[in-house]
Write a protein that binds this ligand. Structure first.
Ligand code: CTP
Length: 441
């Protein structure tokens, strides 16, 4: 009873030629093996929504692992298989990844809500998914290349901009889907359907999340916080009281939401100017969310969510350090650039942006962005070997000398190497005309 139409033209128009060719190649390989295969899920959804998607999910009506192995044998690359789930990940020679799943009757351990009516294996596979908008499939075999197959009203919901589960037990089967619903609603600016919304409220009321592992919860949260503008989604989490799933003592009041807005501005500023600087944007929002929690609660959250030691350090200790330095900045504003540098140079971009988000004082925010754009990367031009050339003895004092050169440079007192050397001679060397003669430019 699926709705079908051909969207071959969208494959040609909206995908890169390489991607379109790859889909055809996968289809041909399926024909050679005599299996039906489909590209499914988020890839098709994004194709219809005109959004770029880099993940290809293929479902094979047959043995997906066998298909993946043969495809890679011909095409090169490698293939990671998961026997237990009958899935494989094909990694092409250029690093591109394709997920392959098997839709075979014998693999299904009947989910609670599976209706008794006959379903083809692709239909069963799609029925087990989270939301209608993720249940579209496009045929890749020659006989049906580009045929869009819609079993569950996905096109209607894409048109209505609505997130809907396929059945009432969806959140019982997998409570992480509550977070996914919020993520998708926020990302596409969709509304959550009325029934789905009441199922979410039900999931919260009866605490379906009790058995949800901290690791999976964190993975969903992190995905929400990695969205371009996560704030409406965070507000939804609060509206549905989902912050209590993270920790019963976690409170997100209006001032936290306001600070999140400032964090978003800081993150956009950084993304715009420093596109290639790695920065874990999720961690900035996460630190703001935890801002008002006592140390012990944050510790418990980090441990429950199974954050790595380095993530925990970032969220716990380094954040406190940032708050401490912000306290100083707001009360005793450093009179010199070198003073500002000394306060901020221990921080990674994440904490500098966190400080920018947390302060309500314009001058402080500007000072941090000034540090980031103008001071952070300043280094003395001279190095240890220049000091040796000045007849100075290598040792601990070198560090102090170079630091004083850096400070003077930060404060605009030194313009070039020559001036740096003259500075060292004036401040760190006994007046000795012999050694001054040996100085280098
Ligand atoms: N899925 C699900 N239940 C989950 C997670 C995933 O049913 N808890 C299904 C969804 O239907 C989805 C598919 O598995 O289409 C692949 O998952 P994922 O890659 O997370 O989904 P995408 O829709 O591609 O999400 P994103 O765009 O965020 O990558």
């Amino acid at each position: 009873h699926a709705k079908q139409r051909n969207i071959g033209h969208l494959i040609t128009e909206r995908l890169t030629p390489a991607m379109a060719d790859l889909l055809r190649e996968i289809g041909r390989a399926g024909d050679e093996l005599g299996v039906n295969l489909f590209v499914v899920g988020g890839f098709v959804r994004d194709l219809l929504l005109c959004r770029k998607s880099d993940d290809i999910d293929v479902v094979v009506e047959g043995d997906g692992i066998d298909f993946a192995r043969r495809f890679i044998l011909k095409k090169g690359g490698r293939c990671n298989t998961h026997r237990e789930f009958c899935t494989a990940v094909m990694v092409l020679p250029n690093g591109f990844k394709i997920d392959v799943a098997s839709a075979r009757m014998e693999y299904y351990t009947a989910p609670a809500a599976l209706p008794t009516v006959e379903m083809s294996s692709i239909q069963r596979d799609l029925f087990r998914r989270d939301f209608t908008i993720n249940t579209l499939a496009v045929g890749l075999n020659k006989k049906n290349f580009g045929t869009l197959i819609d079993f569950f009203g996905a096109q209607r919901d894409l048109k209505d901009k609505t997130i809907r589960t396929l059945h009432n037990l969806s959140f019982v089967e997998d409570p992480t889907r509550v977070f996914r619903a919020i993520k998708f609603a926020n990302r596409f600016d969709f509304t959550i359907g009325k029934l789905t919304l009441s199922l979410i409220r039900n999931a919260v009321k009866f605490d379906f999340f009790r058995k949800l592992s901290g690791r999976r919860l964190f993975s969903e949260l992190k995905q929400i916080l990695e969205e371009e503008n996560p704030i409406p989604a965070i507000e939804s989490l609060r509206n549905y009281h989902l912050e209590k799933v993270i920790h019963p003592d976690l409170i997100m009041d209006d001032s936290i939401i306001e600070t999140l807005g400032a964090a978003q501005k800081a993150v956009s500023w950084h993304d715009l100017l420093y596109l290639n600087t790695p920065c874990m944007n999720w961690s900035i929002y996460f630190m703001v969310i935890l801002k008002k929690c006592p140390y012990q609660v944050v510790k418990e959250i980090c441990s429950h969510l199974r954050l790595s030691p380095s993530q925990t350090k970032l969220i716990l200790r380094d954040r406190l350090k940032a708050e401490e330095r912000l306290y100083i900045l707001e009360r005793r504003f450093p009179p010199t650039n070198s003073g500002l540098y000394a306060l901020l140079n221990i921080f990674k971009p994440e904490h500098l942006l966190y400080i920018m988000a947390c302060t309500r004082i314009d001058r402080v925010r500007k000072a941090v962005s000034f540090y980031y754009t103008r001071l952070k990367d300043i280094k003395p031009t001279i190095q240890g070997r220049d000091l040796i050339a000045l007849n100075l003895k290598p040792g601990r004092t070198f560090q102090a000398i170079l630091q004083s050169v850096l400070d003077a440079k930060l404060d605009g007192k030194l313009k070039n190497k020559k001036e740096e050397i003259a500075f060292v001679q004036k401040h760190h060397m006994p007046v000795n005309p012999d050694s001054m003669d040996k100085s280098v430019d």
